[in-house]
Design a protein around this ligand. Structure first.
Ligand SMILES: [Zn+2]
Length: 157
């Protein structure tokens, strides 16, 4: 788990840098096009404010994707740079502290999921499977003469 020990924070703050195994992130990804094979990399500065913990930094999760249009495999990174997390230690929304530690994992999980790509594309303008246009399903071919027929009627008017 990605934890912050509040005792270590008291004076100067902390710098957390490392990797978190994907299994511990426990992302429930139902997308067959995206595989997670590498750990999340984090690089975070943690400060203790008067009544809160402030976490800022970056999260990088390598993704092994299959393009939703052309099915090509490609790798990309889900990057959250300038990530900031404000965790109150007092009041109604206060974060749970166990043995002086705050677990950052659920917050990381939530923000990774919010940014998770829905339809991974190898590049934004991917044209899809060009080679397969020649093998168009018959149903599509049948509609083509109909379209021409309609166009011919339009020209006659
Ligand atoms: Zn593609």
């Amino acid at each position: 788990m990605l934890k912050v020990n509040l005792r270590h924070l008291e004076e100067l703050g902390l710098h957390l840098k490392g990797e978190l195994p994907v299994a511990e992130l426990d992302l429930d990804i139902k997308d067959d096009l995206i595989r997670l094979e590498k750990p999340l990399r984090y690089d975070l500065a943690v400060e203790l404010l008067n009544d809160a913990v402030l976490v800022t930094g970056s999260l990088v999760l390598p993704l092994d994707c299959e393009c939703a249009r052309c099915l090509k495999r490609f790798k990309t990174d889900l990057k959250l740079t300038g990530w900031a997390l404000h965790l109150p230690l007092e009041g109604e929304d206060k974060v749970s502290v166990e043995n002086d530690c705050v677990d950052l994992t659920p917050f990381v999980r939530e923000d990774i999921l919010l940014d998770f790509p829905q339809h991974p594309l190898c590049r934004p303008d991917c044209a899809g499977l060009k080679s397969k246009t020649a093998r168009r399903p018959k149903a599509v071919e049948k509609t083509v003469p109909e379209v021409w027929a309609k166009l011919d009627k339009l020209k006659l008017k």
